[in-house]
Design a protein around this ligand. Structure first.
Ligand code: ADE
Length: 217
């Protein structure tokens, strides 16, 4: 799984998203379902779903972490913006994972007479970004422990990206196609604010990244 590369190009932050690896953190979705982009003509209602990271396994900044660092170093993201994000984090006393839980309702419904039907409700926070993009934070049960591990996803309409093969709408994706998305500063702020509210751990991680950036320059 190649990570998403982030670079500064022509005065903008550019994210290079590989859209054809089904096991990667970047997928195409249509109506909430994964779609095989090599086998389908893409439509303007299709979304790129990106499970964005901020640090990699080695502890280096990745993806959102790199956007914040590059944006700050190049002057696109001001010191005032980073300080405001720190204050936003300082003022949170209840995080999303502490306020909501996954619930299971036992209904009266029977399936084929012998089965009871249960309904699971999963809390999701959603925040709009610019140009039809949005972020979601979804509660998940921790894999090997009690408690929740909220997961954050960025959604980008396929109309908003281009690659060297041009726009995506009206054609299938090419082999190993990588598309470019240029997030606005407001997009980067919106994603960061969503991470900050998800859980205390996410808030602390993000504040640690911003603190180090502010120390540096
Ligand atoms: N930690 C790093 N990336 C994450 C993501 N996309 N969702 C939740 N936690 C994360």
């Amino acid at each position: 799984m190649p990570p998403v590369e982030v670079e500064w190009k022509s005065g903008r932050i550019v994210c290079h998203l590989p859209i054809t690896q089904p096991t990667s953190k970047v997928r195409i979705k249509r109506g909430g379902m994964p779609l095989a982009p090599r086998q389908n003509n893409l439509k303007d209602c299709d979304l790129i779903e990106w499970q964005i990271s901020y640090r990699n396994r080695e502890g280096r900044l990745s993806e959102l972490g790199q956007m914040l660092r590059i944006g700050y170093r190049k002057g696109a993201i001001g010191e005032d913006v980073l300080i405001k994000l720190q204050k936003f984090g300082d003022n949170i006393n209840k995080f999303f994972d502490e306020c909501y839980e996954i619930t299971v309702e036992v209904t009266e419904q029977k399936f084929l007479g012998e089965f009871t039907v249960l309904m699971r409700q999963v809390p999701i926070v959603q925040r709009e970004l610019t140009n039809g993009c949005f972020v979601e934070g979804e509660l998940k049960h921790k894999q090997r422990a009690v408690g929740y591990q909220p997961m954050l996803y960025v959604f980008i309409p396929v109309q908003n990206v281009i690659s060297r093969h041009g726009g995506l709408v009206g054609r299938p994706a090419c082999k190993k196609e990588v598309v470019d998305w240029c997030p606005s500063v407001d997009d980067i702020i919106g994603i960061t604010r969503t991470f900050v509210v998800l859980s205390r751990k996410h808030r602390d991680d993000i504040q640690n990244i911003i603190h180090r950036l502010l120390q540096y320059r």
